[in-house]
Structures are given as C-alpha cells and as structure tokens.
Design a protein around this ligand. Structure first.
Ligand code: KG4
Ligand code: ZN
Length: 345
C-alpha cells in the first residue's frame, strides 16, 4: 500500500509517498526559512501564505517521483495538529480535496506521532535499526520538548515536558541574542565545536532527578544577563565558549532526564526525534551515556528528525493498518488535548 503524506503544521510545506512498511519513495520539503529569517522566528500569517503557494507544486513533485503518480496512491494521510491552525488548514484542505476527487481513504495524523514513529522510515543508508516497542522517545524541536513512553501508535504517554520554551526555541532565542541569525540551532552547534563549555558558568536548568519536566527560559535569561552586563563576546573564542556552555547545559539536562525516564519505566530503548536531534553535542552525549547505562539508542537520519511528510505518511499507514479512517469532516487542531490521557490520534 502506498500512502501520500502531507505536512504543513509550521514552516515546512512537505509531501511524501511512503509504502506501509516504511520505505520512503519520495520526500519533498519546501522550507520557509528565508521567509521567516528576517523576523528571527516563524510568523504564522506568512507561513500560511507560503503554504498556499507551495502546497500544490510540492505534492505534484512528490507524486512525479513515483511510478504511476497519483494513480499508484492507495490512501492520503495529513498532519491535522498540533501546529499553527492557518498553516495546518492548507494541508488538510489539500488532502481532503484529493481524497474526495479520487475517492481515496483519508486519515488525519498527529504531528507528534509522526515524529515519534519516524525512526521506522526506511531511507536506505544511515537508517537506525527499527526499535521494538515499547520505547522511550525524546522529542526536541522548535515547537516541542517532551519525553514520551511509546507503546503503540495510539498508546503514547507524555512523561515529562517543557514548562516554558522548547529546546529548539531556546537555541534560536540565544542565537538571536548573540546576533547569529535564524534558525540558531545549527549555528550554535557549529560554533560550540570549537568552544570550552567550562569557560562560562551557566545554570543547568531543572537538574533535579525528581521531575522529568524541563525549563529553558532561565538559561536563556542567564545568557541575556551576561550579554547585557558584559556585551556580546568580543573574540571568536569567547563566542565559541559561550555557545559550548549553553549547548552543554541544554544537552546535559535532555540526556539526563531521558535516561532517568528509561530507568524509571524499565525500558532500555531510547529514540531521538525532532530538529534538535540533529545537534552533534546531543547525539554524542546520548550515545555515550546510553552505552554506559546499557540503553539502546536509536537516532534517525536528520531528514527523518526535522519536519517532513514521510513521517506523516507512515503515521497514517499505522492508523490505516489498524482499520482507522477519517472522513471529509476532518478538522485541524492547534493542540492535542488527548495527549495527557495517553490516547493520540
Ligand atoms: O523539527 P524542526 O525542524 O521543526 C519544528 O520546530 O517542528 O526543528 C527546528 C528546530 C529549530 O529550533 C532549530 O534551531 C533546531 O531545530 N535545530 C537545531 C539543530 N538543527 C536544527 N538545534 C540544535 N542543533 C542543531 N544542529
Ligand atoms: Zn515537528
């Protein structure tokens, strides 16, 4: 079975065709980074408008890369939330239109479930081996930072989450403070490589083992105070040191809490996902700590970590395999109220 996936929850317009075993046949992502960069963050109205411009060409390209094009497609899956509602609506309406015209089954999927199961996508070289269920997942992106216990596509339980900023958001805000441009994560990651994390003293946020929740706003404020009092770092080395110290503080708390979650839940499998999972410091520390604690670590390739529609298609394939369907009444939502109760659609 081939599923056409459509994703437009934030600032990427994406379409992909995925087989129900996870094999990715096409995967097209139109990024809006250039649209939002001047503002240092995603502007919802501009995102919706860019999705409107991009959605049809992106879907056409994803279909053109598959033998048989639209005629080969058996079902449509679309991200219905959480995300920016104006942005989600563009993908949801496109998916409904195609499903209606071609009389194809339609399933709405949760963006977070997409991220959590992206580790099962098969892209070829660089794929992580597929983990057995259950697993613990650390999902870290610009919009989300949480730890989940994942037992099945419809049995996902949040066990810890950020109380304020997402980790990616903290990277982006600190980069903005330091005048490093948007998105800030990749720049800080690169600069941190040449820095000494011990050279600058920053707090490790929420380091108590009692809670699995995160908080990054205090860390961002600590960097802001430093910049206010001492000005921006004056040498390349000082900038690299500050980036390394900030990244170390974020990565340490992400890894420590994920490992604590694995130990508390008695699950020795940890999956990383979301754009911040591209961070070299996070990958390195997670693999080091997991190896020392006997936890198997699964890190999908970067194309599967950042927003894409292949993950939506695969999450849709899981729902379809369970006999689940939506109809043309499908709506978009900005938050998923069911997540806390451990039931996700
Ligand atoms: O998952 P994603 O592509 O989009 C969503 O937010 O859903 O994640 C984007 C976020 C941005 O905040 C970006 O700065 C961050 O991921 N990011 C990184 C790195 N690459 C992307 N953060 C740290 N290190 C990186 N190498
Ligand atoms: Zn995402």
């Amino acid at each position: 079975m081939l599923v056409l996936g459509i994703e437009s929850s934030c600032d990427e317009t994406a379409a992909a065709v995925v087989r129900d075993d996870g094999r990715v046949l096409s995967d097209v992502v139109a990024s809006q980074i250039a649209v939002h960069a001047p503002y240092g963050g995603v502007v919802p109205e501009l995102a919706s408008r860019a999705h409107l411009v991009n959605v049809v060409p992106v879907i056409e390209q994803a279909l053109a890369e598959v033998e048989g094009g639209l005629s080969a497609i058996d079902a449509i899956a679309v991200t219905r939330g959480p995300g920016l509602v104006g942005a989600l609506l563009v993908g949801v309406q496109a998916a409904k239109a195609i499903a209606f015209v071609r009389d194809l089954p339609l399933v709405g999927v949760d963006h977070l479930v997409g991220h959590l199961f992206a580790v099962y996508l098969r892209r070829g070289e660089g794929d992580a081996p597929p983990p057995e269920l259950p697993f613990v997942a650390l999902l870290v992106s610009g919009g989300h930072t949480a730890i989940y216990e994942v037992a099945a596509h419809d049995r996902v339980r949040i066990v810890g989450q950020t109380r304020d900023d997402a980790a990616g958001e903290a990277f982006d805000k600190v980069a903005k403070l330091l005048g490093l441009g948007y998105p800030g994560g990749p720049v800080i990651d690169r600069l941190a490589q040449g820095g000494d994390p011990a050279a600058v003293k920053l707090p490790i946020p929420m380091s108590s083992r009692r809670t699995l929740d995160f908080s990054f706003s205090g860390l961002k404020t600590a960097v802001a105070r430093l910049v206010r009092e001492e000005g921006r770092p004056k040498s390349e080395q000082a900038l690299a040191d500050l980036c390394a110290a900030f990244q170390h503080a974020v990565v340490k708390v992400l890894v420590d809490k994920s490992v604590t979650a694995c130990e508390r839940l008695g699950i020795a499998r940890l999956v990383l996902g979301g754009g911040v999972a591209a961070n070299r410091g996070l990958r390195a520390r997670a693999s080091e700590v997991c190896a020392s604690r006997g936890i198997e670590l699964f890190v999908p390739p970067i194309a599967s970590c950042t927003d894409n529609a292949a993950m939506s298609a695969y999450a849709g394939a899981l729902r379809l395999a369970a006999g689940e369907r939506d109809d043309l009444e499908l709506t978009a939502y900005s938050r998923n109220p069911d997540l806390r109760r451990g039931k996700v659609r």
